[in-house]
Design a protein. Structure first.
Length: 358
């Protein structure tokens, strides 16, 4: 399918101080949109100036949460080029998420092409400042005008771009985590493995409570036993114990993170044993109490590697590695960001180059 391009007649100024970029509040000049209906399939693929959407208030996305999304980044290399990290994995995961919600399937290769075209057009927005990047947010919504609960017949796909700095305000400083023992984010058989808006809505109450108490993120326990560690708000989680790396296994209620997958490969290639298994909160508390937990960190696209300095569970607060970043998290951060920003070789072919502006 041809992607029609309409350039903006009024390009907006880039952020005045790119070192002060937060996360996800500034957007570039253009966006991608494409519509779906059962008769025609996907059609009208277009890149247009960024603009508000006209969507009927009866559209199912507003009522029943029929939405899935992705998050990936474009990085500026030292020689001025722009590149993406494992974008095909994001497109495949969005297909898996869409299948869970029964939003229409799409051609992942075409969505990658659309992403590359959009980033190519708006490449001047990719920050040149250290550790800043261009966050890419593809999403698919149900546009059926229907308050009944039926199979989806109309949908829209969009991609928007946002120059971003650190997701967590402290950057690489260790974060404090509250282990949530009341609300659950997901259950097996539910939508936990899918990247759909509803999962984040379900997380809001606990995340808000944690924020009010001064914690930066929530650690979720499994929804059945409220016992096994799943993941952090927007990150997967890893622990270093006795020289080995341990991370929760993917049980269906945890998001299969692309950063998680990349970390596991990098760690194994560096000679670490990595175990994907169930980890109970009691085991974690014992490891913390005895000092056997060497390091803990979260990993995700937005946050990259985020060392964890302390865990609070019920009435206990226990720290890890004197609330300092540990050598393993630092090494992972350096290797991952080295590959993403093109400062280290990419033996895995994870990088996809964005063509230079025509
Ligand atoms: N878990 C959740 C709930 C997330 O929102 C994210 C972020 O995308 C992750 C884990 C990490 O996934 P990825 O590394 O693919 O960004
Ligand atoms: C990402 O890391 O891309 C995410 O989607 C996490 C989100 C909570 C910002």
């Amino acid at each position: 399918m041809e992607i029609k391009i309409t350039r903006t007649a009024a390009p907006r100024p880039k952020p005045a101080d790119p070192t002060k970029l937060g996360f996800g509040t500034v957007f570039t000049d253009h966006m991608f949109t494409m519509d779906y209906d059962v008769e025609r399939g996907w059609h009208d693929a277009e890149i247009v100036p960024l603009q508000d959407l006209r969507i009927h208030p009866g559209a199912a996305v507003f009522h029943y949460g029929a939405e899935v999304f992705e998050g990936l980044k474009a990085y500026r290399t030292d020689d001025g080029a722009v590149q993406l990290f494992r974008p095909a994995d994001n497109m495949q995961r969005m297909r898996d998420s869409a299948e869970r919600i029964q939003l229409p399937d799409f051609d992942a290769g075409f969505m990658l092409e659309a992403t590359l075209k959009l980033v190519e057009l708006d490449q001047d927005w990719v920050p040149t400042t250290p550790s800043a990047s261009l966050y890419i947010r593809p999403f698919e919504i149900c546009t059926d005008i229907d308050l009944g609960l039926h199979g989806i017949e109309h949908a829209r796909m969009l991609i928007i771009l946002s120059p971003v700095g650190s997701y967590l305000s402290g950057g690489l400083n260790p974060v404090s985590i509250l282990i949530e023992d009341q609300d659950v984010r997901a259950v097996r058989g539910g939508t936990g493995y899918a990247k759909c808006g509803g999962n984040y809505a379900a997380a809001n109450r606990a995340a808000h409570k944690a924020e009010q108490k001064g914690y930066s993120q929530v650690l979720w326990l499994d929804g059945v036993h409220r016992r096994y560690i799943e993941e952090v708000g927007g990150m997967n989680v890893m622990f270093k114990v006795g020289g080995k790396i341990v991370t929760p296994q993917l049980t269906g209620s945890v998001l299969p993170g692309i950063t998680r997958r990349s970390c596991i490969q990098l760690l194994r290639d560096k000679g670490f044993a990595v175990e994907e298994r169930l980890i109970s909160v009691e085991e974690l508390m014992e490891l913390l109490q005895s000092g056997a937990l060497e390091e803990a960190w979260g990993c995700g696209t937005a946050a990259v590697i985020s060392p964890i300095g302390s865990f609070a569970y019920q009435d206990k607060v226990l720290t890890v590695n004197d609330e300092k970043i540990g050598p393993c998290a630092q090494e992972l951060y350096d290797t991952l960001t080295g590959i993403q920003w093109g400062r280290r070789p990419d033996p895995y072919q994870w990088i996809v180059k964005v063509p230079k502006k025509a």
